[in-house]
Design a protein around this ligand. Structure first.
Ligand SMILES: Nc1ncnc2c1ncn2[C@@H]1O[C@H](COP(=O)(O)OP(=O)(O)OP(=O)(O)O)[C@@H](O)[C@H]1O
Length: 264
């Protein structure tokens, strides 16, 4: 490991998430090597790189989703507003409310649209009564750009919505517990181009309210939605910087080869 690899992602200032020398293993296999990165609170950060480079693994380590994978192990330091998320005092349920996640395939609960969004606030005791819960549900669906489409059918099943609507419902569900960070793992890969455009607009609208990190295979999407981009290759963070710079003037040959389609 050389010093340059350690420092490539550091961008001190007032990061929302700061990782230092993070390694992730599945059993004996190392999937992430020594990644140090500072994630802005005001911006959208894209993680890009070829299949299997560890983007999802690294993303999942940011809210301890890897805890649920047998054999997965995370080393190093991950700080959320300066707080060590792997400390024994960290309440993982609270952490996952603070750092919400939206998955590749929309995964609404087999419950009503209302109950999908109300689920988290109920568990976390965020509403003092029905009126307040109604407000949270309406506010979250509005913020997720879904309210006008579903306001007359809140009791219908979330699974009856279209794929794009289901994904916006999942975003509303994440928003409902008032997160600080939203992690999105290829949120549009199961969606058609119109539904994808809606999610991209939504990401644009949510920027600044939440720190957003999106894993995407789609470089045009990374260029459209993010302000900062991290390029991963074989478990290493190769380059991290302004999205416009990464796509027009990358410093590293491996980044250049990837964005020009030489491998991927
Ligand atoms: N649960 C697991 N058990 C063992 N190995 C895993 C597991 N999940 C991922 N891996 C391995 O870790 C490496 C990184 O995988 P990861 O899914 O994080 O990559 P990725 O960049 O997100 O890929 P993709 O873009 O194809 O989703 C790969 O070699 C993969 O095979």
């Amino acid at each position: 490991m050389n010093k340059k690899d350690v420092n490539v992602g550091e961008n001190p200032g007032n990061p929302k998430i700061s990782t230092r020398n993070v390694n992730v293993f599945y059993g004996d296999k190392q999937a992430i090597n020594n990644v140090s990165i500072d994630v802005d609170r005001e911006n959208v950060t894209a993680f890009i790189g070829p299949s299997g480079c560890g983007k999802s693994t690294f993303l999942r380590s940011l809210n301890r989703m890897n805890d649920t994978v047998i054999g997965a192990r995370v080393e190093g330091e991950i700080l959320l507003d300066g707080q060590d998320i792997y400390a024994s005092s960290m309440d993982v349920v609270q952490l996952r409310a603070r750092v919400g996640m939206v998955f590749q395939k929309p995964n609404p609960f087999p419950k009503s649209i209302y109950d999908n969004v109300a689920y988290g606030p109920r568990i976390h005791g965020l509403a003092s009564g029905k009126a307040e819960l109604d407000q949270i549900v309406e506010g979250s669906l509005t913020r997720a750009g879904l309210w006008t489409e579903v306001k007359d059918r809140l009791n219908e099943s979330g699974t009856a919505l279209s794929g794009g609507q289901q994904q916006r419902l999942c975003i509303a569900r994440a928003i409902a517990v008032d997160p600080e960070v939203i992690l999105m793992d290829e949120p549009c890969s199961a969606l058609d181009p119109i539904a994808t455009a809606r999610i991209e607009e939504l990401i644009h609208d949510l920027r600044g309210k939440y720190a957003i990190i999106i894993v995407t295979h789609n470089m045009q999407q990374a260029a459209r939605v993010s302000q900062r981009t991290a390029f991963f290759h074989l478990g290493n963070l190769i380059e991290f910087g302004e999205t416009s710079e990464i796509f027009t003037n990358p410093r590293e040959d491996r980044t250049k080869d990837y964005i020009t389609g030489r491998y991927g």
